[in-house]
Design a protein. Structure first.
Length: 245
């Protein structure tokens, strides 16, 4: 990719500037965004992209600039909340649209025009919001956790899991929900705590599916201490039985 980007001094007073990883990630977004409408070949398919758009994923983006997937996911959420980007995820790809791209990279003429007429990005925002509303009315996986695990803590983790899959362009359709629920119930049994740890493990590791806890243990020090205490209690109980005999 050739050319250059504009970076206004006003960024010195922006919240992005206060975090080195966020600043680097934002500049990378401006570098990656297409300066003009184009088409790219992705998985043997031509994908049209408008000015200010590019294709990526959480994993590839974080690898490109050397930050964690969790940091990338948090940063994208902050940008969405601040209406700086629109993120559209499918089962094949994630498309990022820089909102008001002309205010970052356009000339004075383009900027004056953008104040009078809706920009391509603003139209894209309205289009995506309408589409998301229709899809949500059909089925929302985040609101349909497994019936076996209905604690408030699990429901929050389940919503994070569905959001995590959408951000990576992985399916969250009802068919997936059924198979994922069966798998989670098989791995965790009736233990809500284990079910939560299984989901968190997959998100932390950047995995697409749900798997048994690594080595049958959690990653937290508290979990390791708990396991050690349990083995000690078993030894005490065995000793007491032997004395009584």
């Amino acid at each position: 990719m050739e050319g250059w980007i504009k970076l206004h001094r006003s960024i010195l007073n922006h919240w992005i500037y206060a975090n080195g990883d966020y600043l680097r990630a934002w500049i990378h977004i401006l570098f990656r965004a297409n300066y003009k409408a184009t088409k790219i070949l992705f998985n043997d398919e031509l994908v049209p992209l408008e000015r200010g758009e590019f294709i990526t994923s959480l994993k590839s983006f974080s690898e490109e600039i050397g930050i964690s997937i969790r940091t990338t996911r948090t940063f994208f959420s902050l940008l969405e909340n601040d209406k700086m980007i629109v993120k559209k995820s499918t089962h094949r790809m994630t498309k990022i649209t820089v909102c008001n791209y002309d205010s970052y990279q356009g000339d004075a003429t383009n900027q004056r025009q953008s104040n009078d007429t809706p920009t391509t990005q603003e139209k894209e925002i309205k289009k995506e919001k309408k589409k998301e509303k229709v899809e949500k009315e059909k089925f929302d996986a985040s609101e349909n956790p497994p019936e076996k695990f209905l604690s408030p803590k699990f429901r929050k983790v389940w919503k994070d899991w569905i959001k995590y899959r959408r951000e990576n362009g992985w399916t969250t359709k009802e068919t997936y929900l059924k198979s994922s629920t069966r798998n989670l119930e098989k791995l965790a049994g009736d233990n809500t705590s284990i079910a939560i740890k299984i989901i968190q493990q997959s998100m932390d590791q950047g995995w697409q599916g749900l798997f048994a806890l690594k080595n049958g243990k959690t990653y937290s020090p508290a979990g390791a201490r708990g396991a050690k205490k349990s083995r000690f209690d078993d030894q005490v109980e065995t000793t007491e039985i032997t004395i009584r005999k």
